[in-house]
Design a protein around this ligand. Structure first.
Ligand SMILES: NC(=O)c1ccc[n+]([C@@H]2O[C@H](COP(=O)([O-])OP(=O)(O)OC[C@H]3O[C@@H](n4cnc5c(N)ncnc54)[C@H](OP(=O)(O)O)[C@@H]3O)[C@@H](O)[C@H]2O)c1
Length: 305
């Protein structure tokens, strides 16, 4: 049934959009990817699973209009200033996120799914790339388009970025050893969003906090040690680092006050969306090669999204 309906997926050469494009194809949708480069390896991999490509860039709104023509649904994601050199400014994120929603409304798109962040909608955070998402969410709700907003917690993939100390046998992150934090595998974002598109009557108008697992620092220590077959110890980022680095310091405060730790009801999500990966399950699957690489990686500065 879905084959006759096209979903335009932004960011499909990236993590969330890539997972969404794949999951939609698996569920039989016709998928159109909005890509900057037609000939790139990631664009070709999308074509190989039957995704149609449309070339464009966020700053060229006419390319967005053309790509959206005739689309039933739109998945909207923007990079952010939290991604450092790979990101965009908070002003750009806000402008692009609003423009995609405006164009979708003008073109009569029947279901817009916007991916935000766990910290959004819970009061001003003081971090531009979180507060931008609260503003984009508010804008979408004001437009009155049929829409669903998902708010993912920290991706499991983030745990294995270079610079967290795994290569030296000590993993460092934001939570205290006995403090819980929620995580989600990027593939599960794809799975959830594909369900959202499949059941618009159930999900339209909702804002859904999404996570697949909740785990303490000590829990990560056990999971990494088991999966990596070596002893890994867990420590919170040292206070000196959190004081020196304003972004990391603020993120740690937001983990402490719960906004970045996540408030998703994981049991309820499992009954709505089926099995969602725990960190252990993810480390046995998609996370396995990432863990291997992280254990070998040369020490590097912390890079966050
Ligand atoms: N990391 C986390 O734990 C986490 C948790 C919750 C929310 N978030 C939010 O997730 C968002 C990032 O999502 P992601 O990790 O899926 O992104 P990503 O993997 O970095 O992918 C970004 C995508 O956007 C495309 N893109 C970048 N600039 C573009 C432009 N000017 N025009 C058109 N396309 C452009 C990229 O295309 P190219 O391939 O051409 O570069 C790529 O497909 C951020 O807003 C972040 O705040 C992250």
């Amino acid at each position: 049934m879905n084959q006759n309906k096209t979903v335009l997926v932004f960011g499909s050469t990236g993590q969330q959009g890539g997972a969404v494009a794949k999951a939609l194809r698996t569920n039989g949708w016709s998928v159109r990817a909005f890509v900057r480069q037609l000939g790139g390896a990631k664009a070709k991999a999308l074509e190989a699973i039957g995704v149609g490509l449309h070339q464009g860039t966020f700053s060229d709104f006419s390319s967005i209009e053309k790509a959206m023509s005739g689309a039933y649904g739109v998945f909207s994601v923007q990079p952010s200033s939290g991604q450092g050199a790979h990101g965009i400014s908070d002003e750009q994120e806000l402008r692009y996120g609003k423009a995609i929603a405006d164009i979708a409304t003008a073109q009569g798109v029947q279901h817009l799914v916007y991916t935000s962040v766990a910290a959004a909608g819970k009061g001003k955070t003081g971090l531009g790339h979180f507060d931008s998402k609260t503003q984009i969410e508010d804008h979408i709700r004001r437009l009155g388009i049929n829409s669903t907003i998902v708010r993912p917690v920290t991706f499991m993939e983030m745990l294995l970025l270079p610079g967290m100390g795994l290569e030296q046998g000590t993993f460092r992150f934001f939570m205290r050893p006995n403090q819980k934090m929620q995580f989600i595998a990027v593939d599960d974002i794809g799975k959830i969003v594909a369900s959202v598109f499949a059941y618009p009557e159930r999900f339209s108008g909702r804002t859904i906090e999404i996570a697949g697992d909740e785990i303490t620092g000590n829990g990560l220590q056990e999971a990494f040690s088991r999966a990596g077959r070596k002893t890994i110890t867990y420590q919170r980022f040292p206070d000196s680092l959190l004081q020196q680095n304003a972004l990391l310091g603020r993120l740690a405060e937001l983990v402490d006050d719960g906004r970045c730790a996540g408030v998703a009801d994981i049991n309820a999500l499992r009954s709505e969306f089926g099995c969602l990966m725990t960190v252990e399950q993810w480390l046995a699957g998609a996370g396995k090669p990432l863990l291997r690489a992280a254990l070998r990686a040369p020490a590097a500065a912390v890079a966050l999204r």
